[in-house]
Write a protein that binds this ligand. Structure first.
Ligand code: NDP
Length: 310
């Protein structure tokens, strides 16, 4: 019977205990899932989330995989004690939540909804927004989440540009890739969505120079990672009008410190890292499927490439 250590911030166990038990039962696996490490060498799999989870993987000599509950693995991928295979979370609930957050915030800016919410009556300001087909939205990152969001925006008939490290193809999306592919995307991005992972290559990618490539008044949405942005450059671009608005869900320091200028900036919307969340019921099935695969000698799903960092 595989022994599975649930190593995550304490509050999560209550959320995951029953869904994991159900998922293993559905997968036909008799597993012992525990929060007690006991003999670390006897642990077969570690279900992991940082900040409360283990930080030294050395004693887990028998572990066949470390299964992350989160999609982003930047805080664990470089851990030198982690020699076991690392898998990240790709979860239908995570994807659906991100599509909803991204399309909701794109539509807010596309339709100019704020103007009507903030207006004081009487206010008959008849400015008809353009159709989506006349608005260009760019999505940086065409992975599991970026592809889903780009596809949903294309289905709403936005002109969608996408950018990734290697060449990708997404129906309804004009795809670009690599260093040379970025500028033509940013130059047309009226609304820019960041769905890149944090890696040494993407850290600080959106800096003063790249912001200067955007159309005047472009809107920035960042549900990716805070470190993708040069925050000082974003504030300067907002003040200069290069950026019309920034809606930010993720930050270099979380929770965003109370005195951070993003809180008080009139053209910044802060959402508290809620763009999307791993959902226990569907995520537990992903964990159970990976354990089933490993036990059957099949390749693991969603394995992280240590060299790429995602
Ligand atoms: P994936 O690993 O599936 O996709 C990553 C995408 O980024 C790929 O298209 C990849 O290119 C591209 N990419 C990576 N490095 C570069 C680079 N140097 N240049 C150009 N493109 C690059 O990740 P997901 O879609 O699952 O998740 C994306 C990120 O979203 C996560 O890493 C996490 O940070 C964030 N996230 C945020 C949440 C929130 O609530 N705010 C919730 C969940 C995730 P290629 O296709 O060529 O490999």
């Amino acid at each position: 019977m595989p022994k599975i250590l649930f190593s995550a911030p304490p509050g999560l166990w209550a959320e995951y205990r029953a869904p994991l038990a159900r998922a293993f039962e559905e997968a036909g696996i008799a597993a012992e899932v525990t929060t007690e490490t006991g003999d670390p060498a006897a642990i077969d799999y570690v279900v992991f989330a940082p900040r409360g989870g283990i930080s030294d993987f050395t004693p887990f000599t028998g572990a066949k995989a470390v299964l992350s509950l989160w999609a982003g693995v930047e805080t664990v991928v470089g851990n030198p004690t982690l020699t076991q295979p690392l898998c990240r979370m790709v979860d239908a609930g995570l994807e659906e939540g991100m599509v909803e957050w991204v399309t909701g915030h794109v539509l807010r800016h596309h339709l100019g909804i704020d103007r009507h919410i903030r207006a004081t009556a009487p206010h008959w300001d008849k400015r008809v927004p353009p159709l989506a087909r006349d608005r260009t939205v760019a999505v940086l990152g065409l992975g599991e989440l970026g592809r889903a969001c780009a596809g949903a925006l294309a289905a709403l008939r936005f002109r969608v540009l996408g950018w990734s490290r290697t060449a990708r193809s997404v129906v309804g999306v004009e795809c670009h890739h690599g260093a040379e592919g970025l500028r033509p995307v940013l130059e047309r991005a009226e609304i820019l969505v960041l769905l890149l992972p944090r890696t040494p290559e993407t850290e600080g990618l959106i800096d003063a120079e790249r912001l200067s490539w955007l159309p005047q008044g472009a809107v920035l949405l960042n549900p990716g990672r805070g470190a993708l942005l040069d925050e000082t450059a974003v504030l300067a671009a907002l003040d200069a009008g290069r950026l019309g608005h920034a809606t930010l869900d993720v930050f270099r320091v979380e929770p965003l410190p109370p005195d951070h200028p993003f809180w008080s900036h009139p053209r910044v919307t802060v959402t508290p890292h809620i763009a999307s969340e791993t959902r226990p019921a569907s995520a537990a099935r992903v964990i159970a499927e990976n354990v089933r695969r490993a036990e059957a000698g099949e390749p693991l799903l969603f394995r992280v490439d240590r060299a790429r960092g995602y």
